[in-house]
Design a binder for this molecule. Structure first.
Ligand code: AHR
Length: 844
């Protein structure tokens, strides 16, 4: 049925589709020979768009075609009243309602009903867009009608490519436009649209679902089921390894790290500040129950003022008189006997003297360290002292004890261990940073993850809010439900990279916030239409300024001078920049991303841009469109960032993932990945799955430029995400099996890949990994062997001799083991015999 507009009077054109609707409601006896009848519908608001096929037995469900990508997880991602139209060229258009409170609807495009272009959410002038319906016009455009809560009907015209949408207008369309076909599927009556498609088109759909099912079966394979799995061998297995003389060049930056302030990775984690809410800037945006006094205590209510702020970016400060003010730290303050701690605070006084005693106090009231501080002044001034601890305590608190009753303002109250990583002031926790440094990462990606693009437009991470004097940095809420002080800012990130010999890879928003953002004041969620176009030039300038700040000459550039003033006159030599983080690759994204890339390419052609292809692997919509865009614009970017968190079975059965990648196209940065089981903690099983996969990533190191496991850090009791590579508390750092895999691939990496071929029973091949690389600068070769079988594996090598004194490093265990013991030794005569569930590296 297609409504026609004649001078704003709408008449319904009875069409073939209208008749089809009636047929679908009644019983259909036989479909035409050459066409197949399908019905597209949604079985429920969380179920997305489905397709059913009409058969001799009535309508049979085939599967889900796509789902809503609008708004936050949990509360949103709903699809109401989907309406599908077919264009004259055979392509498809979908519109649906996302909720009953947003001034927009969802719109998507597909060539084959199977792969849908990422959804766009055109914004209308009305507060709601209910029950949108779409109709194809003969001229290639589309008409969309929707209703408002008051019953008004509106009309919108959409371009043929479904990327441009006109302003909405009042429409007098007949209510019949909303009459839909119905079909009974599994005993339930559904509304939807019926279409006749060719047998070939139907076969594309059914083979897609068959492939998904087959993939799901393979992906469900688990090592922890091996004992009861009759397909797994029970006797030792033998394989033959052929090593050829041929080598290819691979990336020398394959293993890096992903750093995001998630799960208290930065504040309360790697950033060594021991005082929580030092700036009194906590507020309900961070977490509903938080305010400026969170983590602070006193016998009487703590006064918070904004009258005479230390910095406009830090408006709140505490005003105290005679009562002691104490801070609980981050789950307590862990201090060690014989260590020194730098205390500092800004005091605002009106000229009167005030003396303070600053103490660290243990859980039993013991004074662990004490120092005196004399203050006097008429404006904000910083005072410092050193606290030397006599006793250790894992849960101390800090007390600021005034010596008389004088009202003073206090702000930026800080306590740092003197021993930070590389003894940097405003530095990093030494134990944690050292474990990271031991990975020898070739690059560090920061500051996220989702934290880079933020929860809504106002929370996009602006790098320039994170540099300069600490009190002038602009704190903000963290998308992961807490607070960012920005004490660990871009200067500190770059310095850490330099300290550990890693390339900095800052990743900043592509002019859009996280697609899972909640609605703004206008009720617009998700990407919130992106940074408005008239503000994009300023945003692009901000990104260009970062390059200037990192690499410019302080003599000529104000940004480079800021870097020099912070203590780093030499350039940081930034080579890479990431734009976007697993965004919806919709029209709003593509327009902004292209503008940003063009500006960077023009001003800094030497900078390598990393784009994004969405949050999932092939064949997800964002992946397909992201790569499509990349291939249409190969000149814009050097590589693109792929993300996938998958089961161990998925990793074991997709080891050829990169084999077919086009080597002439931009390279791949596998920026976030991790294997997991339902336990959601790294164990021997997940580690071996990752090790297997990485042997193939090395093999494809000519197209994969970089990889980073994610997330890296999680603080006990503050996990936003599992699994993670390193768990920690205030006193412990616990690298997981995932960490050891990353470390071994990094430390024993090379820049040449030597061709090998392993022959083993085909059904076992996905459980065995071999990779031989050469590090051309040192001449060393590293042979990596992974046995993820439940039995011993002996490899007979052709073309490779292993000297008995070759160094080895390895781990073995049971799939469910969450800890492991690393063993170092020499190869000996059994170098190529691997116990069950083993990862071994041999240095040749
Ligand atoms: O790694 C955790 C999160 O996973 C990242 O912030 C985001 O990019 C991805 O969804």
């Amino acid at each position: 049925m297609h409504p026609q507009r004649i001078n704003d009077t709408i008449i319904m054109k009875k069409s073939r589709f209208y008749l089809l609707g009636i047929f679908a409601t009644a019983s259909i006896s036989v479909c035409a020979q050459t066409t197949k009848r399908v019905f597209v519908y949604s079985p429920g608001e969380h179920a997305g768009l489905h397709v059913a096929q009409f058969t001799h037995n009535g309508w049979q469900e085939l599967g889900q075609l796509c789902s809503s990508d609008y708004g936050t997880w949990g509360a949103e991602k709903r699809m109401y009243h989907p309406s599908v139209a077919r264009a004259a060229d055979g392509t498809w258009r979908l519109v649906f309602q996302v909720n009953d409170s947003s001034p927009l609807f969802a719109a998507a495009y597909s060539r084959n009903l199977v792969t849908w272009r990422p959804q766009d959410y055109p914004v209308m002038s009305t507060p709601q867009c209910l029950k949108p319906v779409v109709f194809a016009n003969d001229n290639g455009t589309f008409d969309i009608y929707y209703q408002t809560k008051t019953g008004d009907k509106r009309w919108v015209s959409a371009s043929g490519n479904f990327r441009q949408f006109s302003k909405d207008q009042k429409s007098l369309i007949d209510q019949a436009a909303w009459t839909r076909d119905t079909a009974t599927i599994a005993g339930k009556l559904h509304e939807g649209n019926t279409f006749d498609i060719t047998a070939q088109e139907l076969s594309t759909i059914t083979s897609h679902f068959q492939q998904l099912q087959a993939d799901a079966r393979l992906s469900s394979e688990r090592m922890h089921d091996d004992a009861k799995n009759s397909l797994q061998p029970h006797q030792p297995v033998t394989a033959t390894l052929h090593v050829s003389n041929s080598e290819k060049t691979i990336s020398d930056k394959l293993i890096g790290i992903f750093f995001e302030d998630i799960s208290y990775a930065a504040d309360g984690g790697l950033y060594a500040e021991l005082i929580q809410n030092r700036d009194f800037e906590y507020n309900a945006k961070d977490r509903r129950e938080w305010n400026a006094t969170t983590a602070w205590h006193s016998a009487s209510p703590i006064d918070i003022s904004t009258q005479h702020p230390l910095s406009s970016n830090n408006p709140h400060y505490a005003v105290i008189a005679a009562d002691t003010l104490w801070n609980e730290g981050w789950d307590g303050i862990a201090v060690e006997a014989g260590h020194k701690y730098n205390f500092s605070m800004y005091v605002l006084a009106d000229g009167q003297k005030q003396n303070f005693t600053i103490q660290l106090i243990g859980t039993d009231g013991t004074i662990l360290a004490s120092s005196k501080l004399k203050t006097q002044g008429t404006d904000w001034q910083q005072y410092t002292c050193v606290l030397s601890t006599k006793k250790s305590c894992t849960k101390a608190h800090l007390a600021i004890i005034p010596q008389k009753s004088v009202r003073v303002g206090l702000d930026m109250i800080s306590l740092f261990p003197q021993e930070t990583f590389m003894n940097r002031p405003n530095g990093l926790r030494r134990d944690l940073a050292q474990v990271i440094a031991d990975l020898k990462p070739k690059f560090v990606r920061f500051p996220g993850g989702c934290m880079s693009h933020g929860q809504g437009l106002d929370n996009i991470y602006h790098w320039n809010h994170t540099v300069g004097p600490l009190q002038d940095r602009k704190p903000d809420f963290n998308i992961w439900g807490y607070h960012q002080t920005r004490g660990l800012g871009f200067f500190e990130y770059f310095q850490f990279c330099e300290d550990i010999g890693a390339e900095p890879l800052p990743v900043l928003a592509a002019g859009v916030p996280c697609q899972n953002s909640a609605a703004n004041a206008q009720g617009i969620g998700g990407q919130q239409c992106g940074i408005p176009m008239d503000q994009m030039p300023a945003y692009i300038q901000e990104l260009l300024d970062l390059i200037e700040w990192a690499n410019g000459d302080p003599a000529t550039s104000k940004w480079a001078k800021l870097r020099a003033d912070a203590g780093h006159p030499a350039p940081f030599n930034l080579k890479y920049i990431g734009i976007g983080n697993e965004d919806i690759i919709g029209t709003v994204f593509e327009e902004r991303y292209e503008m940003i890339c063009k500006a960077i390419r023009q001003k800094y052609p030497e900078i390598k841009i990393c784009g994004t292809v969405g949050p999932f692997h092939a064949p997800s919509a964002d992946y397909v469109e992201g790569w499509d865009f990349t291939k249409r614009h190969p000149e814009l970017q050097y590589m693109v960032d792929e993300h996938y968190y998958e089961s161990t079975g998925w990793f074991m059965h997709h080891r050829n993932y990169y084999d077919g990648y086009d080597r002439t196209m931009p390279k791949v940065y596998l920026g976030e990945y991790a294997a997991s089981t339902n336990v959601k903690r790294p164990n021997i099983e997940t580690a071996l799955a990752e090790a297997l996969y990485l042997t193939d990533v090395e093999r494809n190191g000519d197209v994969v430029e970089m990889t980073s496991y994610a997330p890296m850090l999680a603080k006990d009791k503050h996990h936003n995400w599992d699994p993670d590579m390193i768990y920690f508390s205030n006193t412990e750092v616990r690298p997981t099996p995932a960490y050891h895999v990353q470390r071994m691939f990094s430390v024993y990496g090379g820049d040449k890949y030597v061709s090998t071929d392993i022959q083993i029973a085909p059904e076992l091949k996905h459980r065995v990994g071999v990779s031989l690389v050469r590090h051309s600068a040192t001449g060393r070769r590293y042979l990596k062997l992974v046995n993820a079988l439940p039995v011993e594996l002996t490899i007979k090598a052709n073309g490779l001799t292993i000297p008995a004194d070759s160094k080895t490093e390895e781990f073995s265990g049971q799939p469910t083991d969450q800890t492991l013991e690393m063993k170092q030794g020499v190869a000996g005569p059994n170098a190529l015999t691997l116990p069950p569930y083993t990862f071994r590296v041999i240095e040749l």
